[in-house]
Design a protein around this ligand. Structure first.
Ligand code: NAD
Length: 478
């Protein structure tokens, strides 16, 4: 029986590797240390990259059907260990058990559904003289860098297409949430050929070492826009391919014809699921003036029924903020809103008790230019904004450097769709949010990202195009 709460090791070349040193991982619900995680040295990163390079020739030559089977095997391992992984994930991430189970099983589903994608061969020409086709070849070694909000699911966003395309990988979780990913690496030893998927963890230097490493051919990164810019700059020195899934400031637009009682709960969870720490959480909620007052009351009434606490406790619906850095950032946004004199409909209090807890906070119609509207809060603080005119609200929704997701809520689907089509975002939802499937393209517009994950487009980002022309005539005599 694998132990899930001790002995966290990296997986390099299919073997357990202890860190050159270790660093503590805290439970954000009580700030207590859960475990020490391995701190990968530069030499150990070299070993991981070398292991991935050594595994590449055989893995890339493995028939795709076997690579599909490997993804299904990963899905099976996640599912078989979901209960234990869920508990470990809650202890390091803070999310409630249901969300932790979604994270783990979402990862399994991503591998399962992602395994069905095909690598296309495009025939350009097939004449008596010549055949020309474009096919897809793997890139080599992919460095995958994941954030702390959905550590398993967002790692599998990368692992599934990366391995299916025939690449080998070095996966690095966030130093705030390394444990579940390290455990998954351990569980996959012997399931995948040695070196195909290496899992390492470390401090703030490890990401930059990866992005500048000459043995890594591509970086697939999910994290903040600020870090994404550093990743792209660093990757330029070796002309690595990059896929960047970055931050967002999603607007929800609520039209006057909604049934307030029916949508209030959905809108609440659009903003607050996972304590607001979702790239595609609703981060600005624009509500038509005709339904502003009743919706405001319904949101506040519902918020009062939602229990915040330790994610491992029965009945808890929202956990803490994941780490101190993010906690301080959210408190700073609250302090700014208070200093500016904005009205708080609920929340805003801070506590000195252990744990990075922030109460559900809803701010009443702050100015459009305020920090809480313009910046990505990534926490349980929602600005509720009033609008009157559709053109005006579309302009306000689009007036952002971000362009990740957006949603429109209305009883009239055609009307909502017409507004949705005007929004500058990679994903637009009508009367829902956050629905994502491995068969749909997911990516950010503007500074929310570069490239995409999911679907054929996402898979293609793990490949090079190779065009081959065959002249069918006899060779020209010398
Ligand atoms: P972050 O940018 O701080 O860190 C992400 C990862 O990058 C971590 O593994 C971190 O160790 C690593 N890293 C940090 N500095 C690095 C550097 N210079 N070079 C290489 N790697 C480096 O992000 P976070 O705080 O972990 O995650 C929250 C952010 O991620 C939010 O902005 C959120 O919107 C965004 N996010 C985006 C998506 C998406 O799909 N678009 C999904 C989830 C989260």
């Amino acid at each position: 029986m694998t132990s899930f709460n001790s002995d966290f090791t990296m997986t390099i070349g299919g073997k357990a590797v202890a860190g050159a040193s270790t660093f503590p991982v805290l439970n954000p619900a009580n700030e207590q240390e859960i475990a020490q995680a391995p701190d990968c040295s530069q030499e150990q990163l070299d070993l991981a990259v070398a292991a991935a390079r050594a595994a590449f020739p055989a893995w890339s030559a493995t028939p795709i059907e076997k690579r599909r089977a490997a993804l299904l095997a990963i899905a099976g391992v996640l599912a078989a260990n979901a209960e234990e992984l869920k508990r470990l994930l809650t202890s390091e991430q803070g999310k409630i058990h249901d969300d932790a189970m979604f994270d783990v099983m979402g990862g399994a589903m991503w591998c399962q559904a992602g395994s069905t994608l095909e690598l296309p061969v495009h025939v350009i020409e097939d004449t008596p003289e010549r055949r020309g086709e474009t096919r897809r070849t793997p890139l080599g070694v992919v460095g995958a860098i994941a954030p702390w909000n959905y550590p398993v699911l967002l790692a599998m966003f990368k692992v599934a297409p990366g391995l299916l395309a025939g690449n080998t990988m070095v996966l690095k979780p966030s130093p705030f949430t390394p444990l579940t990913t390290l455990k998954i690496g351990e569980l996959l030893r012997g399931v995948l050929p040695d070196g195909v998927l290496n899992v390492i963890s470390g401090g703030d230097s490890l990401g930059p070492w990866m992005t500048s490493h000459p043995g890594i051919d591509k970086i697939s990164f999910t994290g903040s826009s600020a870090t994404g810019k550093k990743v792209m700059a660093s990757a330029a020195s070796t002309l690595k391919r990059v896929t960047l899934e970055l931050g967002g400031n999603d607007a929800a637009i609520v039209l006057p014809d909604v049934d307030v009682a029916a949508v209030a709960e959905k809108l609440f969870w659009a903003a607050f699921t996972n304590t607001g720490q979702i790239c595609v959480a609703t981060k600005r909620m624009y509500v038509h003036k005709d339904v502003y007052e009743p919706l405001k009351e319904a949101l506040v009434a519902y918020a009062k029924t939602v229990k915040i606490g330790d994610g491992s406790e029965q009945g808890t619906r929202l956990g803490p903020i994941q780490n101190h850095q993010q906690y301080a950032r959210v408190l700073d946004l609250i302090a700014d809103a208070k200093a500016k004199g904005y009205d708080f409909l609920i929340g805003g209090e801070t506590s000195t008790a252990p744990g990075y807890f922030v109460p559900i906070t809803i701010i009443d119609n702050p100015p459009e230019g305020s920090r809480i509207v313009q910046e990505e809060q990534f926490g349980p603080v929602l600005p509720l904004l009033k609008f009157d005119d559709i053109d005006d609200v579309v302009r306000r929704a689009n007036d952002s450097e971000y362009g990740l997701g957006a949603s429109v809520w209305s009883a009239d689907i055609d009307k909502a769709l017409a507004i949705g089509e005007r929004l500058q975002a990679g994903t637009v939802w009508i009367n829902e949010t956050q629905y994502i499937t491995p068969l749909g393209v997911f990516g950010g517009h503007k500074q929310s990202g570069l490239g995409a994950e999911g679907a054929m487009e996402g898979l293609m980002e793990y490949t090079n195009a190779q065009t081959i022309y065959v002249n069918k005539g006899a060779p020209v005599p010398a």
